[in-house]
Design a protein around this ligand. Sequence first.
Ligand code: ADP
Ligand code: MG
Length: 398
Amino acid sequence: MKIHEYQAKELLAAEGAAIPKGVVVTNAAEAQRAFDNFDGKPVVLKAQVHAGGRGKGQFKGSGKTFGGVKFVTTRDDVGAIADVMFKYPLVTKQTGEQGQRVSKVLVQVAADIAREIYLGMVLDRALAMPVMMACAEGGVEIEEVAARTPEKILKAVVDPSAGLLPFQARRLAYDLGFTAAQVPAAEKIMYALSEVFLGKDCSLAEINPLVVTPSGEVLAIDAKMNFDDNALFRHADIRAMRDEAEEDPGELRAARKNLNFIRLSGNIGCLVNGAGLAMSTMDIIKYHGGEPANFLDVGGGVTAEGAIEAFRIILEDPKVKSVLVNIFGGIAKCDLIAEALVKAGREVGFKVPVVVRLEGTNVDKARAILASMRSELPMIQTAANLTEAAQKAVAAAK
Ligand code: ADP
Ligand code: MG
């Protein structure tokens, strides 16, 4: 799960990080009032969307060139720019071309910036440990810096049972070029980041940029956090920060029915039971020259209702040109899946070929059901084995 910048900064502030003053608003008039309350000081209007790269984004269809982070100095401009932010979808490198609607804007007092630094924490899967990463060249180009000059990224491995240790924070702070007077403030932000990351079960937590002002203040200007979904049950405060408008509607619908749905970039829908079977189904599709559009894992104990919802979700995606149903009937018996397929076909209407490969408990019953439906549901094709199923699904998608 992801949260917004303003929420991530609240979590950091609660652990002692310094952040600039700011207010979240939901319309242009509120933005102007916030500007007045900050005594007319220059502010930065920041569109709150989960995607990164907002500063370099654009509001699609607005005809304006500014992105989701805009420095503003007058009351009129605050109103006009907030209007655009609320009216048009913001497109960044991470949103896809349709962009993302903005329903909240953070009005933040502008900071004078002498330096921009990157500070982040991720799980290093090779080390099986959290790692704090820092780079003296922070800001909006951090991905390029990491790709071109990876040696500029400083790292400290953090033992989760001990947290970030004082010597590690001090070494990072000095290596980043903080002056002796600034080091304590920098360390404080590093501790805050580490406490939030470990305490809230983050999979990623970033401050980019961490800025140093000309007077030597150290502030977290932007923050981004992802949380481990499997740990959310123990963080009611984080669950309350969920913004469903930012999530994939298909993935949300599936989650409500206890189905695992992941959208991908190809054109073959995959309906399977079990994560391992999902992986091998996608492998075999790719092996035969196709690309999966998604996979939907109905799990072991699927009900007819769950299976019908699964078909609805898959078939709703206009990218899907064929569907491969690959089920190994165990707890969910093959005939139940076949019946669900028939019901879904009647209800949703299959407009693309649905290739079915069933194996396991009650497979003969299932085959009989599908055979009897041949004239009513001509889009259903059966396959005797997985290779044949993959070949048919790939051919149908082309
Ligand atoms: P994103 O990473 O999504 O583009 P940021 O919040 O990092 O959004 O903003 C992009 C850039 O805008 C920052 O690197 C910084 O230079 C500038 N900026 C953002 N917020 C402020 C602020 N409150 N004061 C001054 N500059 C800011
Ligand atoms: Mg940023």
